[in-house]
Design a protein around this ligand. Structure first.
Ligand SMILES: NC(=O)c1ccc[n+]([C@@H]2O[C@H](COP(=O)([O-])OP(=O)(O)OC[C@H]3O[C@@H](n4cnc5c(N)ncnc54)[C@H](OP(=O)(O)O)[C@@H]3O)[C@@H](O)[C@H]2O)c1
Length: 204
């Protein structure tokens, strides 16, 4: 069982723009983080659309979809994504949402469910592991959620899709992790005109 995190990030380290809100999901200035994704065939397929580009970026996106058996996310990512994902969200797997605000489980089309977890990151991860079968658990975001799992050393593999843009402000991924070195070994670098895809494994 591998616990992954897979994030689009600007060269200056931001995973969202400024002023993230329900009606401003990625925050101001975040477009470059996500625009490389929209034309990928594998992404479009998960949104119920046809066509799109079959390229290396699309392959890497498909690899993530195929490998992921359950997902953990924060309530802000959920709240900002809920309307966009609609009745058939792209995850097609059980999703565990960290929150202080309980809500009944939602079962959507295509294999996605959203279970709202109020008893902390370990509980959410345990539930996701139990649901993932022999596939990975992905800690999908946002910043606060990935930071909590990084801080506790609970992530095995980290993939960063580094987009060639400086955002200048927004939500940083690598913040509040506490002092102390964490060593990583490079697993793969895939370089395309759209993004540099860096995959690392934490050395435990
Ligand atoms: N670049 C990327 O690849 C990527 C990927 C995913 C998301 N994002 C972006 O990330 C942004 C959201 O990130 P974020 O850091 O603001 O928020 P987040 O991590 O999505 O959610 C934070 C919220 O989750 C709940 N929560 C988190 N940890 C908890 C815990 N241990 N116990 C109980 N509740 C907990 C709290 O909500 P409540 O107190 O309200 O319940 C908290 O305010 C969005 O803009 C999204 O677009 C980017």
């Amino acid at each position: 069982m591998t616990v992954t995190a897979d994030m689009a990030i600007s060269l200056d380290g931001y995973i969202a723009g400024t002023d993230v809100a329900i009606d401003n999901p990625g925050g101001d200035g975040a477009e470059p983080l996500f625009e490389w994704i929209h034309d990928l065939a594998s992404w479009r397929e998960r949104q119920g659309m046809t066509g799109g580009k079959e390229n290396r970026d699309s392959e890497l996106m498909r690899e993530w979809f195929d490998a992921t058996g359950a997902v953990v996310m924060g309530r802000m990512m959920y709240d900002t994504g809920e309307e966009f994902w609609g009745d058939n969200p792209p995850f097609r797997a059980p999703v565990f949402v960290l929150t202080h605000r309980p809500r009944p489980t939602l079962v959507k089309e295509g294999g996605t469910s959203f279970t709202f977890v109020t008893d902390g990151i370990h509980s959410a991860l345990d539930q996701a592991k139990a649901a993932a079968g022999n596939r990975n658990v992905d800690i999908a975001g946002g910043a606060s959620t990935v930071q909590q799992y990084l801080r506790e050393g609970l992530i095995d593999e980290l993939q960063l899709h580094v987009v060639p843009a400086l955002l200048g402000g927004g939500l940083r991924l690598f913040e509040g992790l506490g002092a102390g070195r964490r060593s990583l070994e490079p697993v793969r670098v895939a370089d395309t005109p759209l993004a540099t895809h860096l995959k690392y494994r934490f050395v435990k």
